[in-house]
Design a protein around this ligand. Structure first.
Ligand SMILES: Cc1ncc(COP(=O)(O)O)c(C=O)c1O
Length: 401
């Protein structure tokens, strides 16, 4: 049994979750539930492997093109996702977002379209716009049970010659949607028909609790124009140890990215601590991740029950199939996002993911990270309740005047 209920103080560790509060929320005294990392310690075996590596004392240039990199990743994909990944299809990369950015830059020109399911991870929006490409929106619809993709519109968008890339996020941040095998096959079929390149960000792949993660890597033989990118940042809470990897059969893509990492960006150095983590975590820590998912599932149930018991007049939330992020809908409260965020930040003193940063239009959601101790989670929920109690009291006061 692993311990996930320790409440961890991350002050004085330069954690973005607290350091960035003044910049994003204008105040420092907020309880952080916004950024997608965990208030949970990485497995002890990983910490020990890092410590062992550090005692060597020499941290020079390091090579990833060997079995210390290939074997653990191939083992993970085989045992977790029943997928054979070939060595020659695997590459190391500095980060997931770096890989996505580079692939988009290689595949498109300025002004071209990148198809994106919305709501979307906010950095996708920023990097597409920052590289002067167009976001082409394919909105996910909540049908009262799950988020679904509009395939008629998707095919229509894929037909347009300026839309050259589909950036898939599976499992999906922020909704927690897990794309089924049927959906994946349909995506591949449509993209192949119109030669739209698929970039599949699978960084949340290890947090699928209902259903099964279907990696695009399983279908590489069906279509050459696909790239899967992921890392251990989320799974083992090591986002401060930057690294990523990608899988593709497209030799032009992998060779160009690999060459550019060095010759255009000068990023020759590989993160040797990350290589140590990949080996230990993927070969020895699967049981830790399974128990962590049980903890997260329990936390999601706590959120669902708390909302049903105390906040059902204002909030709607259904446990997602994946991720440690709760995408909570406040539409039925009748308050707008400015009012809700103002109350969360200034009354509840809580920092949640701000909905409109994930959407291209006004939002009725906030994102709430549940990867923490039960104690912290309950305090967060009480703060949310305090915020909505305040909004309702204000509304009543106004009605009486
Ligand atoms: C969907 C998704 N992709 C990528 C990232 C960031 O990955 P990296 O730090 O490797 O660029 C995140 C982090 O929250 C994410 O949620």
């Amino acid at each position: 049994m692993y311990q996930f209920n320790e409440t961890i103080n991350r002050l004085n560790t330069n954690a973005v979750q607290t350091e960035m509060l003044p910049l994003i929320y204008g105040r420092r005294d907020l309880m952080p539930f916004w950024i997608a990392d965990m208030d949970i310690k990485t497995p002890e075996k990983v910490t020990q492997a890092i410590a062992d590596r550090l005692t060597h004392g020499v941290f020079g240039y390091t090579n990833w093109k060997n079995d210390n990199f290939y074997t653990p990743i191939r083992h993970w994909f085989k045992t977790r996702f029943n997928t054979n990944v070939l060595k020659q299809d695997l590459s190391y990369a500095p980060s997931v977002l770096f890989t996505i950015t580079e692939a988009i830059r290689l595949l498109t020109n300025e002004g071209d379209g990148v198809i994106l399911n919305t709501p979307a991870y906010h950095n996708f929006i920023q990097l597409i716009q920052g590289n002067h490409r167009m976001i082409v929106e394919n909105e996910l619809f909540y049908d009262g049970y799950e988020y679904t993709m509009d395939f008629v519109q998707f095919e229509y968008l894929c037909q347009m010659p300026q839309n050259k890339v589909f950036l898939l996020c599976n499992p999906h941040n922020p909704t927690g949607k897990v794309f089924s095998e049927q959906e994946i096959l349909k995506i591949i079929e449509i993209c192949k028909k119109y030669d739209v390149y698929i970039i599949s960000d699978e960084i949340h792949m290890d947090f699928v609790r209902r259903g099964q993660h279907v990696t695009l890597a399983q279908f590489m033989h069906e279509y050459d124009h696909m790239l899967v990118t992921t890392c251990l940042g989320k799974s083992f809470n090591i986002s401060g140890i930057p690294h990523a990897y990608f899988i593709t059969k497209d030799k032009f893509m992998s060779e160009t990215i690999n060459t550019k990492v060095m010759s255009v960006y000068g990023l020759a150095a590989v993160n040797l601590v990350a290589l140590t983590v990949i080996k230990t975590a993927y070969l020895e820590c699967a049981d830790w991740l399974d128990e962590l998912n049980a903890h997260i599932d329990n936390n999601m149930t706590i959120v669902e029950d708390y909302i049903a018991d105390h906040l059902s007049d204002c909030l709607f939330f259904q446990k997602p199939d994946a991720t440690f992020l709760a995408w909570i809908d406040f539409a039925k409260s009748g308050f707008n996002e400015i009012e809700v965020q103002d109350a969360l930040q200034n009354v509840g003193k809580i920092a949640t993911g701000i909905g409109n940063t994930f959407e291209l239009s006004a939002s009725t959601h906030f994102r709430f990270n549940v990867a923490c101790s039960e104690e912290k989670l309950l305090e967060g929920l009480e703060r949310i309740q305090r915020s909505f109690d305040y909004l309702k009291a204000q509304q009543e006061e106004r009605a009486e005047i």
